[in-house]
Write a protein that binds this ligand. Structure first.
Ligand SMILES: Cc1cc2nc3c(=O)[nH]c(=O)nc-3n(C[C@H](O)[C@H](O)[C@H](O)COP(=O)(O)OP(=O)(O)OC[C@H]3O[C@@H](n4cnc5c(N)ncnc54)[C@H](O)[C@@H]3O)c2cc1C
Length: 386
């Protein structure tokens, strides 16, 4: 049903890839979505199915065992998976696996190889109760010991943590050094002194999220890459993460739009389908336009990252526009569904609950605007370059 103006793929290869992910999502996510949403339990077997489909190592470099596909392919995959179930989709992207380029061979053998086989998975633990937008305000730290490291940190809202086998944890190894004092560690969740408490959320019910408490001893080899480069590694992950996040928002916005179009066709009032009322047509037209603008931003941001044009502000804009598009389109879809929107058996309430996450996570809208202002030189130039 999706309108032709949303066909923004550039090649037949991309279209074929989209069709294959769409079929996978219908086959593997759709039948599991209702139960996972109702129980709040992530169906682990999906990891294996996604790995077999080539989705986990999609963008990972070939020398690390991935497929080396461009970010564009990840964006397409995430959009199609999120269209069916955003919570389940969140568990299936391997963008952060690129951090394994900094890992030792032993770390790769232990975590990356089984991750690519769908046998294990990891989380990114950066946020703390007093350090979300303000990352440098974190108090988690790691101190050298005779045998390795002692790490103490409370990490909050960590996606997948309740069922992950390992965590990428970022903490201070030198707080005085601020930006250059953060380091990344690969921590096994079975380490004594690591505990995870599940957190209940408004949406994304099929994805498990947790509070992670770390008070543990780690071997020297748990350090990922070089000491003091943690923030740089986070920045690299987030540039890709924003494209992925925006693609997920786009998938939800598209799903809400399609659901509204179908309902407006089937539902009649005053003797005609509600899509014959101009007020509803205007609403649907605006929704489609909003979805398309998000899609154009996502495509542009993915292409730029693929071409190596990073830190231009394009990924921040894509994340900002797409996350707000998801909320706006899902809100309008609720209105099109009328009273039925408020009944749990219809999907639109899920789209809205899921969408509310997007402007407040992975760099809130305000933080995107702050970074767009910084990266584009808004405050130091007089306009668009004329
Ligand atoms: C479901 C969920 C999953 C998540 N998954 C993960 C994960 O896997 N790993 C991880 O590390 N984190 C994760 N997060 C954390 C998420 O990225 C943070 O919640 C987010 O960065 C915002 O931080 P905060 O909640 O501390 O808000 P705050 O930083 O306290 O911000 C509160 C408000 O103030 C605004 N604000 C803050 N500073 C400024 C400023 N300088 N100018 C203008 N406005 C400002 C913000 O935009 C926001 O509106 C997740 C969060 C959620 C809800």
């Amino acid at each position: 049903m999706t309108s032709v103006v949303l066909d923004l793929d550039d090649t037949d290869e991309q279209r074929a890839f989209r069709s294959s992910v769409r079929a996978f999502a219908k086959r593997e996510l759709a039948p599991r979505s209702d139960e996972a949403e109702a129980t709040g339990k992530y169906p682990r077997e999906l990891l294996k199915k996604a790995a077999d489909q080539g989705l986990i190592g999609l963008t990972l470099a070939e020398e690390l065992g991935g497929l080396g596909a461009g970010v564009r392919y990840q964006a397409i995959a995430t959009e199609e998976l999120a269209y069916v179930c955003a919570g389940l989709a969140t568990g299936l992207n391997g963008l952060g696996l690129n951090l394994f380029k900094y890992a030792s061979q032993e770390q790769r053998d232990r975590y990356l190889v089984p991750t690519l086989a769908g046998e294990c998975t990891g989380s990114f633990a950066i946020t703390e109760p007093d350090a979300g937008s303000d990352v440098l305000n974190m108090s988690g730290r790691a101190v050298r010991t005779a045998d390795g490291w002692r790490i103490t940190a409370n990490k909050m809202y960590i996606t997948k943590a309740p069922f992950a086998e390992y965590l990428f944890v970022v903490v201070y190894t030198d707080k005085e050094a601020r930006r250059n004092g953060l380091s990344a560690f690969l921590v096994d969740t079975s380490t004594p002194g690591v505990t995870v408490e599940k957190m209940d959320k408004l949406g994304h019910w099929s994805m498990e999220t947790g509070m992670v408490y770390l008070d543990c001893e780690l071997p020297a080899e748990a350090l990922l890459g070089e000491e003091g480069r943690g923030l740089e590694y986070v920045g690299e992950t987030l540039e890709l993460g924003r494209v992925n996040h925006a693609s997920r928002s786009l998938g939800v916005a598209r799903a809400a739009y399609d659901a509204a179009v179908a309902y407006a066709h089937d539902r009649s009032t005053f003797g005609r389908p509600i899509n014959q009322h101009q007020a509803i047509q205007f609403k649907l037209a605006r929704m489609l336009t909003t979805v398309r603008s998000a899609a154009l931003h996502v495509r542009d941001a993915a292409v730029r990252v693929e071409q190596g044009q990073t830190t231009t502000g394009a990924t921040n804009m894509a994340k900002l526009v797409a996350s707000e598009a998801a909320v706006s389109v899902a809100t309008d879809a609720m209105q099109v569904f009328g009273g039925m929107s408020y009944i749990m058996e219809t999907p639109v309430q899920r789209f809205l609950r899921d969408a509310f996450l997007y402007p407040v996570s992975e760099g809130t809208s305000e933080i995107q605007l702050r970074n767009i202002a910084r990266l584009t030189g808004i405050v130091s130039t007089t306009g668009c370059g004329h």
